[in-house]
Design a protein around this ligand. Structure first.
Ligand SMILES: NC(=O)c1ccc[n+]([C@@H]2O[C@H](COP(=O)([O-])OP(=O)(O)OC[C@H]3O[C@@H](n4cnc5c(N)ncnc54)[C@H](OP(=O)(O)O)[C@@H]3O)[C@@H](O)[C@H]2O)c1
Length: 285
């Protein structure tokens, strides 16, 4: 019985990254579908849940990806709505690696210092990684704010996380590096989750800061998000702060992503979203 992973992607082209990790996580075949919405998945979900005998359904799983976390969340809800007792398969949501990347980084930050009660700022937190990172930090007891270049995008991201996790994140409009430097002035934790190849703050905007204890940057593409750190930093001390670079926690992200894929095939009722993925990240970190 082949292990089949169906990639349900909200973007036009299913993510190549997710295809590769699907195979590396143990799937025998990864079948990608792009441009999916809650309105066009019925036949695809039916094909996944009706084809195999109950004991064999664990060999079929669904992976939801794409660049839009809100669209991914809606797709997950729509897929689950199609399930009914005896007719379901395991499913994972990881739009743009948002869950696995955020979970790996926050789990590594937690190994470097306390998160509860700390003031955390997620820079450029409006994307999939930033939204999930902000929610996880808040669930760990941090007081979290999130920046975006436009207030309406920051507010939308915060509202989405409140609706999904019940957490209160403070939206902050920060149009440029100077505004982002202001936003982290009294922070204890800074996590940069900006688009690839965009510097969000320069070295001289944080290295003299007296409150920052922990920093992480998800962007591995030069220029990286936080000037003056290194992508390979793995809990490295820089100017009195503990720093995690994108590749420093990236190994855990990949291990975690593969481990989640492998677990999808253990039974047909697994749901890998932020909670289950973060629990596994903490165990692996
Ligand atoms: N280390 C790892 O293992 C790993 C794994 C996956 C992804 N990543 C990286 O994690 C980062 C976040 O991923 P993502 O998918 O959440 O990112 P994303 O959606 O591409 O971008 C995140 C946010 O960056 C902001 N942004 C875009 N262009 C900008 C600019 N020129 N100046 C300032 N801000 C800008 C946007 O916010 P506003 O428009 O609201 O300002 C956007 O919502 C990326 O760098 C990605 O490559 C790392």
């Amino acid at each position: 019985m082949k292990k089949l992973l169906f990639q349900f992607d909200t973007d036009t082209h299913p993510s190549v990254f997710d295809t590769v990790v699907g195979y590396d996580g143990g799937a025998d075949h990864v079948i990608g579908h792009g441009g999916l919405t809650p309105d066009n998945i019925s036949a695809l979900v039916d094909g996944a849940i009706f084809t195999r005998a109950p004991k064999d359904k664990k060999n079929t799983a669904i992976f939801i990806g794409g660049s839009d976390m809100i669209a991914g969340q809606a797709l997950l809800a729509a897929v689950q709505k199609h399930f009914f007792p005896g007719f379901q398969v395991s499913v994972m949501l990881d739009s743009n690696g948002g869950n696995t990347t955020a979970a790996a980084a926050v789990a590594k930050l937690a190994t470097s210092g306390a998160l509860a009660g700390k003031k955390a700022v997620v820079l450029a937190g409006t994307g999939p990684v930033g939204q999930r990172a902000a929610a996880l930090l808040a669930q760990e007891g941090a007081e979290v704010s999130l920046t975006g270049r436009k207030m309406d995008r920051a507010v939308r991201a915060c509202k989405n996380m409140h609706a999904r996790f019940g957490v209160n994140i403070i939206p902050v409009e920060a149009i440029d590096n100077n505004a982002r430097a202001e936003a982290i002035a009294d922070a204890h934790i800074v996590f940069a989750t900006g688009a690839a190849g965009v510097e969000l703050i320069s070295a001289d905007q944080w290295l003299h800061n007296k409150t920052i204890e922990l920093m992480a940057d998800a962007n591995a593409t030069p220029p990286i998000g936080i000037g003056g750190i290194d992508v390979m930093d793995r809990g490295t001390e820089r100017h009195g702060k503990i720093v995690w670079g994108a590749l420093g926690f990236g190994a855990l992200k990949l291990t975690l992503h593969r481990a989640c894929i492998a677990k999808l095939f253990e039974d047909n009722k697994q749901v890998f979203d932020a909670e289950a993925i973060f629990a596994l990240a903490k165990a692996l970190a």
